[in-house]
Design a protein around this ligand. Structure first.
Ligand code: FEO
Length: 616
C-alpha cells in the first residue's frame, strides 16, 4: 500500500524507509534504519526529484503512482547519481517513457557507469543557475560538487521557498510516521545521528559544504527537503548553525573526546584516570573504547569536541588495529583545528604514540599537548602524576585562567541572594508550541538586547517544559504582565508544570500572535512574537536570543515588576498555627519541613534553589 505525505505547495513526499539495512554504504551502522526521500511536484507539469534505493522499490513505485494519480510524468530530476537515490531510475523511465531526465552532465556519465543507462534523447543536461518551469513552480539548479559526490546539485523552488538539498542536511534514521523535524524532538533524538551522517558522509568536504551554504543563503528558504531524514520547515537555524560549525571544522563543545584501545586494561586505566582528573578540573569528557565502538561514532565525536585524546597500546610495532582504523578515518575525513593529547602504551617497545602523531600531523590546524604520556604495561604512580599533569595542560587550554587584574587577587565573596534580588525584573508569560502541544510559563527575564533588528533575550529554567518547546520549535511569544494580573495567572502558569497539567485547558482572555502562539491579551500591556537566532547554555537556565517578528502594544497599564508582585499580588502566607521547623520559598511560598534543606535542593514548584529559601 502506498504511503505518501502531502506537503505544502503541490509537493508530495514519495520516499520510503529501510529498517533492515545493517550497514549504510557498507560501512556505517544504521541501527535506526534510514529513509530514502523522494519528492513529486504536481504543477501544470509534474516532476519527481530523485528516486530511491533498490531495496525499497515496491513502496517507491506504489507511492509514485498514488501521487501521480493517473497524470503523466514530465520530468525526473536527478540531483545525485549515487545508487541509494538513483537505483530505481531505469525502472521509473521504463514505466514512464514520456518522462525527460533533468540532471548535470556528470550525472549522465555516472548513470551510464552504474546502470548502463544511455539517456540520449531523453535527458536535459543543466548547469549552475539553469531553471525549469513547471508552471507555478520555477526550479533553479545549484551545483554542489562533492556534497557528497562531484555531480551533486541541489534545487531551489521559488514558489514554495524550498531547497531540495540532496545529501546536505540529511540524517541517519528511518522516519517514524512524522515527516518534519519539528514533529519530533530533533535535538534530543536526531541531532547526534545528523552529526554522524554529516561528518562521515560529507565531513571531509567542509569547504564545499561551506560554499553551498553561501550559495544557498541568497534565496529565501523556508523549507529544506533532504534525501535522508526529516524535512525542515521550522527553526532552520537549528541545523544551519550546526552546518556552519561542522563545515568550518569548528567544535560544538569545549571538552575532551578520549578514544582508547586497550588489550589488558592498562591503557583503559590511563584513559579513565585522565577523564577523572579532567572532571576534577571541571572539564567534560566523553570516552570511547575504539575496539567496541563504530568508528563513525568516534569521527562524529571528534567533530563535536574541541580537544581530543588518543590512548593506544602498541601492537606489532604499530598502532593497535582498531585505533589505527580510527586514526585513518579521522585523517581521511580531514579533521582539523583540534588540540590533541597522546598516551601510548607498550610493554617492551612503545611506538603507537609517535605513529599517531605522525598520521595526525598531516591534518590542518592540529596542535599537540606536550609531553605525550608513555606507559609500560600498567599505570604506575609516576604515570598517574604525569596524567594529572596532562589534565592540567588540557584544562588550561580549555578554560585558560583569566589574567589577574592589577589589585591583589582575593577570594570571591559567596553569591549573596540579596545582591541578585536587587536587580530589577519584570514578569512575563512565555508561550511555545512543539510536537502539537502548547505550554506556557512565567519568567522574570525578558530584555531587549538589540534594536536593528529588534532582538530580545529570554532566560528560561531548564526544568521548564516551555524551554524544551522553544528549543524544539525555535519560536515563542512573550506577554508583558501588568500590575492588574491576578495571582491565579501566576498559579496557573508558574506554579504547576505542563508535564502534569494542560495550562491552556481554559482559553479565555487569550489572543493569537502571527506566529500562531497565544498571548494573554487580558492581563498584558504588550506581546512579542519572536524567532530564536541563538541559544546559550547558562547552567540552570537557557538564554534564548530571538529576533522579534511581531510587537503588539495592548494597553498603558503599568508592567508588573517582581517587587510589585511580592508586595501586592502574591497573597501573604498565613501565620503558622503552631511553630514548625522548616523553610519557605521566597519565590512561590512552598514550605519544606525539616531541620535542613537537602543538598542541591530545588523548589518542586518554581525550581529555585536553596538560596531562595528562608527559615520559617
Ligand atoms: Fe544518500 Fe550520497 O547518497
Amino acid at each position: 500500500m502506498h504511503q505518501i505525505k502531502e506537503m505544502a505547495g503541490d509537493t508530495v513526499w514519495i520516499g520510503a524507509n529501510d529498517r533492515r539495512l545493517a550497514m549504510f554504504e557498507g560501512v556505517y551502522s544504521v541501527p535506526k534504519g534510514v529513509s530514502y526521500n523522494a519528492y513529486l511536484i504536481r504543477d501544470e507539469r509534474t516532476a519527481i526529484l530523485d528516486t530511491a534505493d533498490a531495496a525499497v522499490g515496491r513502496r517507491f513505485f506504489e507511492n509514485v503512482e498514488a501521487a501521480l494519480s493517473g497524470r503523466r510524468l514530465d520530468y525526473v530530476i536527478v540531483q545525485h547519481a549515487e545508487p541509494d537515490h538513483s537505483a530505481l531510475l531505469g525502472e521509473l523511465l521504463a514505466r514512464h517513457p514520456e518522462a525527460t531526465v533533468v540532471c548535470g552532465k556528470k550525472t549522465l556519465e555516472l548513470l551510464k557507469q552504474f546502470f548502463g543507462l544511455g539517456l540520449e534523447g531523453r535527458a536535459r543536461a543543466v548547469s549552475e543557475g539553469d531553471e525549469l518551469s513547471l508552471g507555478r513552480h520555477n526550479l533553479k539548479f545549484i551545483m554542489a560538487p562533492m556534497v557528497h559526490w562531484p555531480e551533486v546539485m541541489v534545487t531551489y523552488d521559488a514558489a514554495t521557498k524550498t531547497l531540495f538539498s540532496a545529501d546536505a542536511f540529511g540524517c541517519f534514521g528511518a522516519l517514524n510516521g512524522a515527516l518534519y523535524a519539528d514533529e519530533v524532538d530533533y535535538a534530543r533524538d536526531c541531532m547526534d545521528e545528523a552529526r554522524r551522517y554529516y561528518t562521515n558522509i560529507v565531513g571531509k568536504y567542509g569547504a564545499q559544504v561551506a560554499a553551498l551554504l553561501k550559495k544557498a543563503a541568497a534565496p529565501d528558504i523556508v523549507r529544506i527537503c533532504p534525501l535522508h531524514g526529516y524535512v525542515w520547515r521550522e527553526n532552520l537555524e537549528a541545523i544551519l548553525c550546526k552546518y556552519r560549525l561542522w563545515s568550518a571544522f569548528e567544535p560544538e563543545e569545549r571538552g575532551v573526546m578520549i578514544a582508547y584501545a586497550s588489550v589488558y586494561g592498562g591503557t583503559e586505566n590511563a584513559a579513565e584516570l585522565l577523564a577523572s582528573e579532567l572532571n576534577g578540573r571541571g572539564v567534560r569528557s566523553e570516552l570511547f573504547d575504539v575496539s567496541v565502538t563504530d568508528a563513525s561514532e568516534i569521527v562524529a565525536a571528534a567533530f563535536k569536541w574541541s580537544h581530543l585524546a588518543f590512548a593506544s597500546t602498541t601492537y606489532n610495532m604499530g598502532i593497535f588495529v582498531s585505533m589505527e582504523a580510527v586514526i585513518h578515518d579521522l585523517v581521511a575525513h580531514n579533521i582539523q583545528n583540534r588540540t590533541v593529547a597522546i598516551l601510548e602504551n607498550g610493554s617492551w617497545a612503545p611506538a603507537s604514540g609517535g605513529l599517531i602523531r605522525e598520521r595526525l600531523s598531516a591534518c590542518k590546524g592540529i596542535e599537540f599537548v606536550e609531553p605525550a604520556i608513555r606507559i609500560l604495561s600498567s599505570v604506575t604512580e609516576g604515570d598517574a602524576r604525569a596524567i594529572a599533569g596532562l589534565a592540567d595542560a588540557l584544562a588550561g587550554r580549555i578554560a585558560p585562567p583569566i589574567a589577574a587584574a592589577a589589585p591583589a587577587p582575593r577570594p570571591a565573596a559567596p553569591i549573596d541572594g540579596n545582591a541578585t534580588r536587587r536587580l530589577s525584573y519584570g514578569l512575563f508569560l512565555l508561550t511555545a508550541r512543539h510536537c502539537g502541544r502548547e505550554n506556557g510559563c512565567i519568567v522574570n527575564t525578558v530584555i531587549q538586547v538589540a534594536e536593528k533588528p529588534t532582538k530580545l533575550a529570554v532566560a528560561v529554567n531548564k526544568a521548564n517544559l516551555t524551554r524544551d518547546f522553544i528549543e524544539g520549535s525555535g519560536k515563542f511569544c512573550a506577554s508583558v504582565l501588568t500590575e492588574g494580573a491576578p495571582y491565579g495567572i501566576f498559579q496557573r502558569f508558574g506554579l504547576q508544570s505542563g508535564r502534569d497539567a494542560d495550562k491552556f485547558a481554559e482559553d479565555e482572555g487569550f489572543a493569537v500572535a502571527a506566529n500562531g502562539l497565544r498571548y494573554i491579551a487580558q492581563y498584558a500591556n504588550a506581546a512579542f512574537g519572536a524567532k530564536v537566532v541563538e541559544s546559550i547554555d547558562c547552567g540552570s537556565h537557557t538564554l534564548f536570543v530571538a529576533e522579534v517578528t511581531e510587537a503588539i502594544a495592548l494597553s498603558d497599564e503599568p508592567s508588573a515588576t517582581y517587587k510589585y508582585y511580592f508586595e501586592h499580588i502574591k497573597p501573604k502566607p498565613a501565620p503558622p498555627k503552631e511553630a514548625k521547623k522548616g523553610f519557605v520559598c521566597r519565590i512561590c511560598g512552598y514550605t519544606y519541613e525539616g531541620d535542613a534543606l537537602p543538598e542541591g535542593f530545588l523548589c518542586p514548584l518554581c525550581k529555585h534553589g536553596a538560596e531562595d529559601f528562608e527559615r520559617l
